[in-house]
Write a protein that binds this ligand. Structure first.
Ligand code: FUL
Length: 473
C-alpha cells in the first residue's frame, strides 16, 4: 500500500466517529448537552430511600416524628456502594430529605436532622459516609431533596425558599461532585397548613452555580431530566428525548410525560424510577414481595431499552444496610442480564445499507462500538439496512442505538428475517433513542433487514446488536 493510500485509510478509519469527523452530518432539532450525554451513559443506578420512615414503618412521615427515632444500628454505606457496584449500577441517588423534612446531613437550617437523632450521638452524617463510599467504588452520587417539607416552620412562607436554597447549597458544596439533583414534584401542606409557592428559578440557579455538571430531575429546562410519568417501571414504547418543558405541566398527561414530544423544543430525556419493593422505604413485612428477576428484566428492557434510564430503589433497612433479600435479588438480576446480553451475534456481519452519507458506512453498525455510526444519505426513500450474518443464527433480542449527539430522529422501523424464500416480519417499533431493546420468539436466520419507515431527518444509528437470551422462548 502506498503512503497516500495508507494516510487515506487512517483518515477514513476515524471519520465514522462524528465527534472527530471532518465530514459534517447536519444535526437535527434540539440537542443534548454534554451533561445530559454523560448522564445518558449511566443507564442504571440506585435510589436509596432512608430516614425516619424506615424506623416508623411509614411511607410519608408527618414531620412530627421525634428525630431520635432515626437510629440505624450498623449503618454501612460502603455496603450499599459495594452492592450497587456488584449489581452493575453506575451511581446512587440518596433521598437526603423526604417530605417529613428530616435531613440526613447536619443542616444548619433545621432542627429535624441527624444532629438531633440518637444515631452516633448526633455526630453522624449519612451524606459524608455515602460520598466517601461512592468514591471508593467509583460510583457517581446524586441527591434527592423534597421541596415539600412537613416539618419546617417556615414552609408555606417566602422565607422557606431561602431555607431550601440554603439546604441545597449545603449539600451541593460539601460532598464532592453530584451527578443529578432530584426534585420531587409533591407539594402538600406544611405545619402551618399552607402550601409553598416554590421559587424554581432560585433552586435551579443554586444547582447550576454549585454543581454545573449536574442534571436536574423534574424542574429545569436546561440540563433537565423528566419523570417517566409512572412509578411502575416502564417507559412507553414511543419515547422521545425531547419534550415541551416543565412549565407546561398542566396540559401534560402522564402518558405524554412518558412519551415526550416529537416536536419538543427542550432536550429532557426520561428517567424511570421504581422500587424493588412495594414501598419506597424498607418495611420488613415486604421482604417476601421483592420483585422477581423476570420482573426486573422486564423493567430493564422497558426502561433502559426504551430510551430511558432505570433508577431502581433499593431501600436500606433498620440496621442501615441493604437487606440480603434485596442484594441477592440484585445479583441474580445482574447474572440474568449478563446471560441475556452475553454474545453480540451481529458482530462481524456483512452490513450494507440502501443509502449512506459519505464515509458513515453501515459496517459501523455491527462493529460493537457505539461511538461510530452509519448515517443515511439525504434521499427521501425509507433507508434499509441488511445484515448478512456470519452463519445461520438463532436470536430473540435486538438492540438498536441511535447516535444522540446529533439529535433524535427515528420514529418508526420494522425488522424482518429471511425465512426460506421470503422476508418475515419479526418486530417493529417507533422511536429508538439511546438504546431500543426488542424481544421476540427465537428466530433462526442468516439475513436480517431493518427498514427505517419514518424519521424526522436522515437516520444516524450507531449499533445493531443481536442476542439470544436463554431465559426467553
Ligand atoms: C414520590 C414521593 O411521594 C414518594 O414517597 C417517593 O419518594 C417517590 C420517589 O416520589 O413523589
Amino acid at each position: 500500500m502506498n503512503k497516500i493510500l495508507l494516510a487515506l485509510c487512517c483518515f477514513l478509519a476515524c471519520i465514522p466517529d462524528p465527534a472527530q469527523a471532518q465530514t459534517r452530518i447536519a444535526p437535527y432539532g434540539v440537542l443534548p448537552s454534554i451533561n445530559q450525554l454523560h448522564w445518558q451513559q449511566m443507564e442504571y443506578y440506585m435510589f436509596a430511600h432512608f430516614g425516619p420512615n424506615t424506623f416508623t414503618g411509614k411511607e410519608w412521615g408527618t414531620g412530627k416524628e421525634d428525630p431520635r427515632v432515626f437510629n440505624p444500628t450498623h449503618l454501612d454505606c460502603l455496603q450499599w456502594a459495594r452492592v450497587a457496584k456488584a449489581a452493575g449500577m453506575t451511581g446512587i441517588i440518596l433521598v437526603a430529605k423526604h417530605h417529613d423534612g428530616f435531613c440526613l446531613w447536619p443542616s444548619a437550617y433545621s432542627k429535624h436532622t441527624v444532629a438531633y437523632s440518637s444515631w452516633m450521638n448526633g455526630q453522624g452524617d449519612v451524606l459524608k459516609d455515602l460520598a466517601a463510599a461512592c468514591r471508593v467504588y467509583g460510583l457517581k452520587l446524586g441527591l434527592y431533596l423534597s421541596p415539600w417539607d412537613r416539618n419546617h416552620p417556615a414552609y408555606g412562607t417566602p422565607a422557606y425558599n431561602q431555607v431550601f436554597a440554603g439546604m441545597l447549597n449545603e449539600v451541593l458544596t460539601h460532598y464532592g461532585p453530584i451527578f443529578e439533583v432530584w426534585f420531587d414534584g409533591a407539594n402538600g401542606e406544611g405545619p402551618n397548613g399552607k402550601k409553598q409557592v416554590y421559587d424554581w428559578a432560585l433552586f435551579d440557579s443554586t444547582v447550576k452555580h454549585d454543581q454545573p455538571q449536574a442534571v436536574i430531575f423534574n424542574f429545569s429546562n436546561t440540563d433537565g431530566i423528566r419523570w417517566v410519568g409512572n412509578e411502575s417501571g416502564y417507559a412507553p414504547e414511543t419515547s422521545w428525548s425531547r419534550d415541551s418543558g416543565f412549565q407546561s405541566d398542566s396540559r401534560m398527561t402522564e402518558t405524554r410525560m412518558g412519551e415526550g414530544f416529537e416536536e419538543g423544543p427542550y432536550w429532557r430525556p426520561s428517567e424511570t424510577d421504581v422500587s424493588i419493593r412495594p414501598g419506597w422505604f424498607y418495611h420488613p413485612e415486604q421482604d417476601s414481595l421483592v420483585k422477581t428477576v423476570a420482573r426486573l428484566m422486564e423493567i430493564y428492557e422497558q426502561s433502559v431499552g426504551r430510551n430511558s434510564s432505570l433508577l431502581l430503589n433499593v431501600p436500606p433497612d433498620r440496621e442501615g444496610r441493604i437487606s440480603p433479600v434485596d442484594s441477592s435479588r440484585l445479583m441474580a438480576f445482574r447474572d440474568a442480564r449478563l446471560a441475556a446480553f452475553l454474545h453480540n451475534l451481529a458482530l462481524g456481519s456483512r452490513t450494507v445499507a440502501s443509502t449512506t452519507a459519505g464515509p458513515y458506512e453501515a459496517a459501523f453498525l455491527t462493529d460493537g462500538n457505539p461511538r461510530t455510526c452509519w448515517a443515511a444519505g439525504n434521499d427521501k426513500k425509507s433507508p434499509e439496512i441488511l445484515l448478512w450474518l456470519t452463519r445461520d443464527t438463532a436470536f430473540n433480542t435486538l438492540e438498536l442505538m441511535e447516535y444522540l449527539p446529533l439529535g433524535q430522529r427515528v420514529k418508526s422501523f420494522t425488522v424482518e428475517a429471511w425465512q426460506g424464500k421470503k422476508w418475515t416480519l419479526i418486530a417493529s417499533g417507533t422511536t429508538i433513542g439511546h438504546i431500543r431493546i426488542l424481544t421476540f420468539p427465537t428466530v433462526r436466520t442468516g439475513r436480517l433487514r431493518i427498514r427505517i419507515t419514518g424519521s424526522d431527518a436522515p437516520p444516524v444509528l450507531s449499533e445493531v446488536q443481536l442476542y439470544r437470551d436463554p431465559a426467553l422462548p
